[in-house]
Design a protein around this ligand. Structure first.
Ligand SMILES: *[C@@H]1O[C@H](CO)[C@@H](O)[C@H](O)[C@H]1NC(C)=O
Ligand SMILES: *[C@@H]1O[C@H](CO)[C@@H](O)[C@H](O)[C@H]1NC(C)=O
Ligand SMILES: *[C@@H]1O[C@H](CO)[C@@H](O)[C@H](O)[C@H]1NC(C)=O
Ligand SMILES: *[C@@H]1O[C@H](CO)[C@@H](O)[C@H](O)[C@H]1NC(C)=O
Ligand SMILES: *[C@@H]1O[C@H](CO)[C@@H](O)[C@H](O)[C@H]1NC(C)=O
Length: 521
């Protein structure tokens, strides 16, 4: 990268400064992007292998943890515990493992670092016998069910997207995960017909329209979790990059001197990722959820043309639902009854989604409509459970700046949510309360972890407006030092530390200064 010329630097600083002023009004000051996304797995070792050896992430061994205790029990499961009390049943019948002081389960987890974000893997198992895992599986896996979550990985520009899919499947199978199979965008008469689809037809690539240059693919991870791949080229890369520059968000995708580390190289072709592109969540109403993520949490709504309006068509429909189509056949049930939206050319449903950008990637909110018109009723099948202990459950945790008072931020989010009409968006308390969101003293909103590998970490979980799982996390003291060391070791980008934020040097200068007017709306 060439040294910055003074005149260009000045222009760039000027442009950025007007962006700063523009953003200051909406961005939640204490938020440092998405801290991590969590996925619940019933095989922690296998999932760790997948995210590291197949996808090229780095396991942070210093943060491997196990937790139990009353405060964790309530923070994870307060809503379900209260429901069980109302129904007069044992919380275990609502798929709540007893991780309280008097229970016999614990939550164990691993952190895996990627280029611009972290994935936390968690499992619930018996204390003293880790092979006895608490298992809860939802057979209905359609990504159109509210509030189904998914994570999306960002494939490097230099990779061939279709070959990437081929290598991902091959690498996963080689490492003992033959169930990691990417959906095919074409009809198949039988499972064995997958092999007949030529490599150049494995992904869905948009060659015209608003998303021209974008390729995507849907697949399930080793524990059945919903995953996605995105590649963003040509004009879409420009539009997405423009939004990243406006936000001063980070991604290796926009830094020209970013080179692969040994973790990616060791994973081979399937390690060819920039990092993460999104946490996806199926919302019961698109506009309402966008309002929450932008107005309460301060996300930047990505503008046209990168707003997927009225997604339909045979290739997209097969790509989204192939696994569930097989389920419907096996169970001799209608597609609609198991939550498959009819997005086929001949069908009558539509999909719309929006990208809500934080400092490192987006929360994607998705809505399915029961009609071809946006004003038609919503197609909103729902799961009948909400426990985070389900395999494949996911949550997104926003990172709170270490200088902010964590409990005040959590309380302020509740107050702000309520003021904007989100009266049910309430944090689980770490104590036994008699109703969700019960008023407690400020000091009782959360408790930092006082010992063990996560010493210095603090967290809370909420249910979002559609029932999605999200939370906040803060790393202080030892946990902060371990996080920072891990990000630096991987060469990851984060706005959490000046040393990991390319905006504090001139890391993003070359890409973002290509815009004559980065502010468009
Ligand atoms: C641990 O759990 C596994 C699976 O339930 C069981 O097969 C094994 O015997 C248990 N080990 C001990 C030491 O109890
Ligand atoms: C990007 O543009 C090039 C040159 O026009 C074209 O060959 C290629 O197919 C485009 N890729 C996508 C994914 O649209
Ligand atoms: C939830 O329960 C209702 C009523 O029992 C049922 O009709 C529906 O299919 C269930 N939804 C799912 C996703 O299982
Ligand atoms: C929690 O509080 C309820 C009353 O709100 C009480 O009935 C229950 O015994 C308490 N549970 C524990 C474990 O203290
Ligand atoms: C890329 O360039 C920036 C700015 O010159 C520098 O701070 C950073 O260390 C470089 N990164 C790599 C991976 O070489």
């Amino acid at each position: 990268m060439s040294p910055r010329r003074p005149d260009k630097g000045w222009t760039f600083a000027f442009v950025l400064c007007s962006v700063c002023v523009h953003m200051a009004a909406t961005k939640l000051g204490s938020l440092r992007g998405i801290g991590y996304m969590t996925v619940t797995t019933d095989d922690l070792e296998l999932s760790t292998k997948f995210y590291t050896e197949v996808l090229g992430g780095m396991q942070v061994k210093e943060l491997s943890f196990s937790l139990h205790g009353d405060d964790h029990y309530y923070r994870y499961f307060q809503k379900e515990i209260l429901e069980a009390r109302t129904q007069g049943v044992d919380p275990q019948s609502l798929h709540v493992p007893d991780i309280s002081d008097s229970g016999d389960y614990e939550v164990r987890g691993e952190f895996v670092v990627f280029g611009n974000g972290i994935i936390q893997l968690q499992t619930f198992s018996k204390r003293g016998n880790h092979s006895e895992v608490f298992r809860a599986h939802e057979p209905h896996t359609s990504p159109a069910i509210v509030p189904a979550p998914h994570f999306c990985f960002w494939v490097k520009d230099s990779a061939n997207f279709n070959h990437y899919i081929h290598e991902l499947e091959a690498n996963a199978a080689r490492l003992g995960m033959p169930n990691v199979r990417v959906n095919r965008p074409v009809p198949l008469a039988s499972e064995s017909d997958r092999a007949t689809v030529p490599e150049e037809k494995l992904g869905v690539t948009f060659t015209d329209g608003d998303f021209a240059g974008v390729s995507f693919a849907y697949f399930k991870g080793p524990t059945g979790e919903q995953l996605e791949l995105f590649q963003i080229l040509n004009q879409s890369r420009y539009h997405v990059g423009e939004e990243w520059c406006k936000r001063r968000a980070v991604s290796p995708a926009f830094v020209s001197n970013y080179s692969d580390n040994s973790y990616k190289r060791n994973a081979g072709y399937s390690g060819q990722l920039y990092g993460l592109f999104q946490f996806g969540t199926r919302t019961a109403d698109l506009a309402t959820s966008v309002k929450f993520y932008t107005q309460v949490l301060g996300a930047q709504l990505i503008q046209k043309p990168i707003q997927a309006v009225n997604v339909r068509g045979d290739d997209a429909a097969y790509m989204l639902f192939h696994k569930e189509i097989w389920d419907a056949l096996r169970w001799k049930t209608s597609r609609r009854d198991i939550g498959i939206a009819d997005l086929w050319d001949s069908g009558n449903n539509r999909l719309d989604h929006r990208f809500n950008l934080f400092d490192n990637y987006v929360v994607e909110t998705l809505q399915y409509t029961d009609g071809r018109d946006l004003s038609a009723p919503k197609f909103n099948p729902r799961w009948n459970h909400s426990s985070m202990a389900y395999s494949g459950d996911m949550s997104v945790s926003f990172l709170i700046d270490e200088a902010s008072d964590f409990n005040s931020v959590v309380r302020d989010v509740e107050v702000s949510a309520k003021a904007k009409g989100f009266t049910d968006v309430l944090a689980n308390r770490p104590v036994n309360v008699s109703s969700l969101g019960e008023s407690v003293g400020l000091g009782q909103y959360s408790r930092p972890i006082a010992s063990g590998p996560l010493k210095g970490l603090n967290y809370v979980f909420f249910k979002g407006w559609s029932g999605e799982h999200f939370g906040f996390v803060q790393f202080k003291d030892e946990a902060k030092a371990k996080l920072k060391a891990a990000l630096l070791q991987y060469g990851a980008m984060s706005t959490a530390f000046p040393e990991t934020n390319p905006w504090t040097s001139d890391g993003f200068d070359q890409f973002c200064s290509a815009y004559t007017d980065p502010i468009v709306g």
